[in-house]
Design a binder for this molecule. Structure first.
Ligand SMILES: *[C@@H]1O[C@H](CO)[C@@H](O)[C@H](O)[C@H]1NC(C)=O
Ligand SMILES: *[C@@H]1O[C@H](CO)[C@@H](O)[C@H](O)[C@H]1NC(C)=O
Length: 499
């Protein structure tokens, strides 16, 4: 999900103490498998609401189809407590303990364990409080130093937030984006993993997996060549001075879109030059209106729902071969219809909404892509995701840190059911409007769609004044957020995102 900018480095003191704490701590270093990478499963989190298409043998798949976000398990504290966080390449901060009562779906939030800070002997509370604002929702967090384990690696003295107050966000967030303003407020988890010698450079891979394969992986410091086809295409991350909002995000240039039709023929747009950023925290993709309309117009029986802004499709499309294709300087990522269509209750929704300010490729794209995010060299590496076993290769350091290893997989992922369909598709970029059919049904209300598209700009970080936490204090105690400064509200649009 997108995060607002935070104000400048108001955590200055915290940053300094973190730096001072960077002395070697060999006693606590754990190098995973001795190979310098850390692997952690990424799982789609169960969507809310009845699923009328449920078939008995497809529970996990359906959970994923209806799911709205991808979760990673981490352990926090001493002794370690297991928590599930949303994996977010769209924001840099990591924080835990959403306040369930004010999340959009308290019952979903309560299914996940909360951190009991009274039980942790390694908790070290700071005076710093910050409000993090996302496209939907926000969290006011107090920073603490804690011990964090991801996969089999443990890092000490990581600054993370503990929510004092939060709205509309049902789980904490593991943030792995670059510092959005271009400058760290403090060492984020990716930085600390490098500083503490667990990985060699600030790089990681994310494999969300397609609909038919429920468990993906987040690999810090490594690439799994058993999870993609062919070469990884190296694409420069667009420098902040040239991104649409001046934000430093995982922006790359998309050079075309297209369709692979059910008969296997390929239709492609003319050459485009669209900056898009890759955001695991966005359930859907959000693309410039023209592309959104062309894609919607490719499905003649799509119906527009004016209330939500979504296109509703007949669910038969999820069983058809064919794909929505995205091009990046010659590299094509073909997203099977099954992965691009998001199921919400009984309805199948085209996985894209319009966004002209800060276009995003979210989970409806990322399920089909294997992506290596290399912050140090400012490149993303992309290939068509697949699954043919596992072969982990460590990412080193320096300019060629990401190995140019060819993926071991050869077959394209196949559609769930090829054949017997009679739906037609065609891409028409000359159409000025998407199909005019209007959806007359009623989408379920109160569905949890995740923080989704957010704005950049605004946000605030303020050291508490005299009313700040005492270092020995505990977060969440009454009255602790007095004096928290709030930043200027952000720019940009909130799209017709919530149902
Ligand atoms: C807590 O953090 C402060 C500031 O970094 C440090 O001075 C102090 O020694 C830490 N306390 C513990 C128990 O680690
Ligand atoms: C957080 O979100 C809630 C609900 O939208 C809103 O009422 C509140 O003002 C926001 N808080 C901040 C600090 O932005």
């Amino acid at each position: 999900m997108r995060l607002f900018f935070s104000a400048a480095s108001l955590l200055g003191v915290a940053v300094q103490s973190a730096t001072a704490a960077e002395e070697p701590q060999p006693a606590h270093q754990i190098v995973t498998r001795g190979e310098g990478f850390i692997r952690s499963p990424v799982r789609p989190l169960v969507g809310h609401g009845p699923n009328l298409r449920a078939r008995q043998n497809e529970v996990e798949v359906l959970n994923q189809r209806g799911g709205t976000r991808y979760g990673v398990e981490i352990e926090v504290g001493t002794p370690p407590q297991k928590l599930t966080l949303i994996l977010d390449t769209g924001s840099p901060n990591t924080w835990i303990n959403p306040v369930c009562e004010t999340s959009n779906l308290p019952s979903d939030c309560q299914k996940f364990p909360q951190f009991d800070y009274d039980q942790s002997s390694s908790l070290n509370v700071t005076d710093y409080v910050d409000t993090l604002r996302y496209g939907i929702g926000n969290a006011t967090v107090q920073y603490v130093y804690e011990t964090i384990s991801i996969g089999s690696a443990t890092i000490e003295n990581q600054l993370i937030g503990i929510a004092v107050e939060s709205h509309q966000i049902p789980l904490g967030i593991l943030g792995v984006s670059p510092p959005i303003q271009g400058q760290n407020e403090y060492p984020y988890i990716l930085d600390t993993l490098v500083d503490q010698g667990l990985i060699k450079s600030r790089a990681f891979s994310v494999d969300l997996r397609g609909m038919d394969n429920p468990t993906g992986a987040l690999i810090f410091g490594g690439v799994d060549t058993g999870k993609y086809i062919g070469e990884l295409a190296k694409l420069p991350i667009i420098p902040p001075s040239r991104t649409p909002s001046g934000a430093d995000r995982y922006y790359i240039t998309m050079t075309g879109v297209g369709l692979t039709l059910t008969d296997g023929s390929v239709v492609q747009s003319e050459e485009l030059e669209v900056p898009v950023f890759l955001d695991t925290g966005a359930t859907l993709s959000h693309l410039p209106t023209r592309i959104y309309e062309a894609l919607a117009g490719s499905f003649p029986d799509a119906q527009y729902d004016p209330n939500s802004g979504f296109y509703i499709l007949p669910c038969e499309y999820t069983e058809m071969p064919g794909s929505i294709d995205f091009y990046f300087s010659g590299k094509a990522i073909r997203v099977p219809l099954n992965d691009f269509i998001w199921e919400n209750g009984a309805y199948c929704i085209l996985g894209v909404t319009p966004e002209d300010e800060e276009p995003i490729l979210g989970d409806t794209f990322l399920r089909a892509a294997y992506v290596v995010y290399d912050q140090d060299n400012r490149n993303l590496h992309l290939a068509q995701a697949a699954d043919c076993g596992s072969h982990l290769v460590a990412i080193g350091s320096g300019a060629d840190a990401v190995p140019s290893s060819t993926g071991r997989c050869t077959a394209l992922p196949t559609a769930t059911t090829a054949g017997s369909n009679s739906k037609s598709m065609g891409l028409d970029f000359t159409a000025t409007r998407p199909p005019a059919n209007t959806f007359t049904g009623t989408l379920p209300t109160g569905i949890d769609v995740g923080p989704g598209p957010a704005q950049s700009g605004g946000g605030g970080t303020t050291v508490t004044g005299g009313g700040g936490l005492k270092p020995t204090g505990h977060p969440n105690a009454a009255g602790r957020v007095e004096g928290v400064g709030m930043g200027v509200a952000g720019l940009g649009l909130v799209l017709a995102w919530m149902l």
